[in-house]
Design a binder for this molecule. Structure first.
Ligand SMILES: NC(=O)C1=CN([C@@H]2O[C@H](COP(=O)(O)OP(=O)(O)OC[C@H]3O[C@@H](n4cnc5c(N)ncnc54)[C@H](O)[C@@H]3O)[C@@H](O)[C@H]2O)C=CC1
Ligand SMILES: O=C(CO)COP(=O)(O)O
Length: 333
């Protein structure tokens, strides 16, 4: 598996392309914007999405997605979650049988309530093996070559093993899992919980509250993930607890920092107007709540985030409502 194609030249696609290059792969990156492709090829930088970080000169970018697909032994799909369906639909007629699709977006599709692998399964040919890459991984740190461990979830363990060696290096360490659903649920829901943690931090509610929210948030991820068919152990791993810990405690996170600004009293529209990068939890919050209702899963923290983002609920009142919930047993079996 020598040639890696990356679809999406935002922060994460660019960082993953660098990781693949470092692992010794010949890597081509699809950029939606001509200026981004030109900057990667000319200045060896992606000033729009990953400013200030030098890229490997061997990394090539193009705006021709079909050329990337045609020259790849494996394809990483790194567009925002709500654009995955349209992206797959464009690529589907040209996708060669057996070439795996690695889903790197973290989110749940609005409207359908589908995980990204479900969206890909519906839009790509049945001959395309689906893999999920998730886990605690800020793009800028991966791009700088700082040590990172992620989950690579793939039902076909032989394929998974060859992808580990294709993408893995000393600084980028994928761990193999067979639980695609569990890995995806963790990656999608932690973004919504990171917004909640940001709100809490923005309101200076204390370290005890943060620990409580992280732990009860993980319980929400686990309940939804198990209801969707994921394995309980997955949520204690990199794509579950690992990514929740990272994203929900760091100002590097777009989701956490958005929550922080909300907690400080800024409006959602003002925060979004000031940023170009995608903040997936904003789009996934409503989809998580709808999916949880459909599956009969209780997710009060995600509901609270959805109420603030999408129903104009007052942060103070939402927090008060969470703190007024009835006392209950900690663990459900
Ligand atoms: N940045 C990070 O640290 C990490 C991001 N991810 C996930 O990767 C996915 C992509 O995120 P980033 O690269 O960070 O985004 P970004 O905000 O850096 O860049 C956005 C990307 O979306 C593309 N885009 C915009 N509209 C589009 C459309 N209609 N169709 C196709 N592409 C479109 C842009 O061209 C750009 O490549 C998200 O699901 C995110 O949660 C996962 C792990 C780490
Ligand atoms: O998924 C991520 C880290 O694993 C990136 O999180 P943000 O999108 O919140 O920056």
């Amino acid at each position: 598996m020598q040639r890696i194609g990356v679809i999406g030249a935002g922060a994460w696609g660019t960082a993953l392309a660098l990781a693949a290059t470092r692992a010794g792969r010949q890597t081509t990156l699809w950029a939606r914007e001509q200026a981004v492709a030109d900057a990667i090829n000319g200045q060896h930088e992606n000033p729009d999405y990953l400013p200030g970080l030098p890229l490997d000169p061997s990394l090539r970018a193009t705006t021709d997605a079909l050329a990337v697909l045609a020259a790849a032994d494996a394809v990483l799909l790194v567009v925002p979650a709500q654009h995955l369906r349209a992206t797959c639909a464009t690529l589907a007629p040209h996708w060669r049988p057996g070439v795996p699709a690695l889903i790197c977006a973290k989110g749940i599709e609005q409207g359908s309530g589908q995980l990204m692998s479900e969206v890909a399964a519906e839009t790509l040919p049945a001959t395309v093996p689906l893999v999920a890459l998730s886990g605690p991984s800020f793009a800028a740190e991966v791009a700088r070559g700082l040590p990172t461990a992620v989950t690579l979830a793939c039902e076909d363990q032989a394929l998974g093993t060859s992808l580990l060696s294709a993408l893995g290096s000393r600084s980028f360490r994928p761990y193999l899992s067979a639980d695609l659903i569990g890995a995806e649920v963790g990656g999608a829901v932690k973004n919504v919980l990171a917004i909640a943690c940001g709100v809490l931090e923005g309101r200076a509610m204390g370290d005890n509250a943060r620990a409580a929210l992280l732990t009860r948030g993980l319980a929400e991820i686990t309940r939804l993930g198990v209801a969707k068919g994921g394995l309980p152990g997955t949520f204690m791993g990199l794509s579950g607890m690992g990514d929740l810990l990272l994203t929900a405690t760091s100002m590097q996170s777009r989701n956490f920092s958005l929550g922080f600004a909300l907690g400080e009293g800024k409006s959602l529209s003002a925060i979004l107007a000031g940023r170009k990068a995608v903040t997936e939890g904003v789009f996934t919050a409503a989809a998580v709540v709808a999916l949880a209702e459909q599956l009969g899963v209780d997710m009060p923290i995600c509901q609270a985030v959805d109420a603030i983002l999408n129903r104009g609920a007052d942060v103070e009142q939402v927090v008060a409502a969470l703190l007024s919930r009835p006392f209950r047993v900690e663990l459900e079996h």
